[in-house]
Design a protein around this ligand. Structure first.
Ligand SMILES: O=C(O)CCC(=O)C(=O)O
Length: 276
């Protein structure tokens, strides 16, 4: 079986647009295995929490710092992701895992995510170098306009970090700057299928609408950092602990080891540090 390999064109596109979409990043067998594991995962359910959007709609997620030998960890630590991240982010030195989030946008209730840059949040953790941070979203279900897929403003990572304030229990980018960005930059709906992946820069403006459909929208988002980008306001050492990469085959070889407390699950105030 052949696995995704990052090409120079991907790097050029990432630099230009702030994101790349990789279709069929996981094979059908892999995504079936991942989604079967995720649906019934009682540990994930136990550690899930809600974040309210501006209208009070809840969006559910489970987040952790340290990827282990469970199926999510094997994906997060896979060569096809870590090797690609190493080529996409700036700087030199080990690639580390900041945190992963299993996003569970449930039918009819899954709330919106306001316009933001991930570095809008992570700046508050006092990371200094946004170019050394990236998120990788792997779709566990299909994501489309109906179930509130991600929307991005193409090229907005080049604006640098813009002002953020409160938006419900989330942090939202200044609407004024979002409106200005939309005058010249394209709004893209990231409609992807289960098993597709999106790599995106920490300063890329993105949002998603509530899931008003009768289908769930689940994804795994893993966020990475370069070891040299030390956060000065972050108790977890995950983002400066070198990742132990595993071969791409590991995902299909995974048998039954569940995610454990060693993953160090986060609560909502840890993941989404608010402006202070
Ligand atoms: O999954 C979504 O709809 C949005 C998630 C997001 O924007 C984030 O985690 O930063």
């Amino acid at each position: 079986m052949s696995y995704f390999k990052l090409m120079p064109k991907h790097i050029d596109d990432y630099k230009k647009n702030g994101y790349i979409i990789i279709r069929n990043f996981l094979s059908l067998e892999e995504i079936t295995k991942l989604s079967d594991a995720a649906w019934g995962d009682s540990v994930i359910m136990r550690h899930a929490f809600d974040l309210n959007d501006k209208t009070g709609k809840k969006t559910k997620l489970t987040s952790w710092y340290f990827p282990g030998n469970d199926i999510y960890g094997f994906l997060t630590r896979s060569k096809r992701i870590v090797g690609s991240v190493d080529k996409l982010i700036a700087g030199e030195g080990a690639v580390c895992h900041f945190h992963s989030k299993l996003m569970q946008k449930e039918p009819r209730v899954g709330g919106a995510w306001e316009w933001h840059q991930d570095y809008g949040y992570w700046y508050k953790n006092e990371f200094l170098f946004p170019n050394q941070m990236i998120s990788v979203m792997v779709a566990i279900t299909d994501a489309n306009k109906e179930n509130g897929c991600l929307q991005v403003i193409k090229g907005s990572h080049k604006m640098g970090r813009i002002e953020h304030g409160f938006a419900g229990e989330q942090v939202g980018a200044s609407q004024h700057y979002v409106d200005l960005a939309l005058k010249t930059m394209e709004l893209v709906y990231v409609e992807i299928k289960a098993g597709d992946a999106l790599f995106f820069h920490s300063n890329l403006l993105h949002r998603s609408e509530a899931n008003l459909s009768d289908k769930p929208r689940w994804s795994l988002i893993s966020c990475y950092n370069r070891i040299t980008n030390v956060p000065y306001n972050e108790p977890s050492k995950s983002s400066i602990t070198p990742l132990k990469m595993v071969p791409d085959e590991s995902l299909l070889e995974w048998k039954t080891e569940d995610i454990t407390e060693e993953a160090d699950f986060a609560n909502k105030s840890q993941v989404h540090k608010k402006n202070s």
